[in-house]
Ligand binder design. Structure first.
Ligand SMILES: C[S@@+](CC[C@H](N)C(=O)[O-])C[C@H]1O[C@@H](n2cnc3c(N)ncnc32)[C@H](O)[C@@H]1O
Length: 181
C-alpha cells in the first residue's frame, strides 16, 4: 500500500481546489446515482481530500469515507465534516452488509493487498450491492505509468467476489461489481 504524507496531501488538495479532477468526480457521482437512490448508504474507499464524498452527500446519500492517510483525511473533514474515518481497505472499520454501494476512485492501484481488500468490500456490501471502481485505462494512457490499470487487471481483481461489467469512458475504465443476492 502506498502512503500519502503531509506534502502529498497539500499538493493533492491544491489540485482538487483547482478543479483538475472534477470531471472524474462528476462521472463517479453519476454512476452512483444510476445504481442507488438518494438516502442509500454509500462507502467511499480512499476518498482522499473528500471532494467526491462532499458531492455525494449533497446529492442526499449517507456517506462514509475510509482512508489510510490522516493528512488526506484532514482535508476530507473540512469538505464533508464527520463523514470519514481512518482505516484501510483490507480491514474495513464497518459491520457487514452495511452499504448499498461502495466506490473507489483513483485508489485501487495503490492497494497492496487486492484479494483481502475486495473480500472486505464484499463483506460490507448488502446482497445486491455494487462496487464501483474508477481507474485510468493504461492501455489508452500508458503515460499514467502505475497510476491506473488495464481492463484485464480490473476484471481479474473484481471477479474473485463479484459479477463484473467494465465500461470504457476515455481515459477511464469503470468497473462495476455486483454482489450476488
Ligand atoms: C490518488 S488518491 C485519490 C483520492 C480520491 N479518491 C480522489 O479521486 O480525489 C488515493 C487515496 O487512496 C488512499 N488509499 C491508498 N491505499 C489505501 C487503502 N489500502 N485503504 C484505504 N485508503 C487507501 C490514499 O491515502 C489516498 O487518499
Amino acid at each position: 500500500m502506498e502512503t500519502f504524507g503531509g506534502g502529498t496531501a497539500v499538493l493533492y488538495n491544491f489540485m482538487v481546489s483547482m478543479r483538475l479532477f472534477h470531471w472524474a468526480y462528476g462521472l463517479a457521482a453519476r454512476r452512483v446515482a444510476e445504481l442507488a437512490s438518494p438516502g442509500a448508504y454509500v462507502l467511499e474507499i480512499g476518498p482522499g481530500v473528500g471532494e467526491l464524498l462532499k458531492a455525494l452527500e449533497r446529492r442526499g446519500y449517507r456517506v462514509v469515507g475510509v482512508d489510510a492517510s490522516p493528512p488526506m483525511l484532514k482535508y476530507a473533514q473540512r469538505r464533508a465534516p464527520g463523514a470519514s474515518v481512518a482505516g484501510v481497505s483490507f480491514k474495513m472499520p464497518a459491520r457487514e452488509a452495511a452499504f448499498d454501494v461502495a466506490v473507489a476512485l483513483f485508489t485501487v492501484h495503490h492497494w497492496g493487498d487486492h484479494g483481502r481488500s475486495v473480500a472486505e468490500v464484499w463483506r460490507v456490501l448488502k446482497p445486491g450491492g455494487y462496487f464501483i471502481v474508477v481507474e485510468v485505462d493504461l492501455r489508452r494512457m500508458p503515460l499514467a505509468g502505475s497510476h491506473g490499470c488495464t481492463e484485464r487487471c480490473l476484471r481479474d481483481v473484481l471477479a474473485t467476489h463479484f459479477e463484473v461489467a467494465v465500461e470504457k469512458r476515455f481515459p477511464l475504465l469503470i468497473g462495476v461489481g455486483r454482489k450476488a443476492g
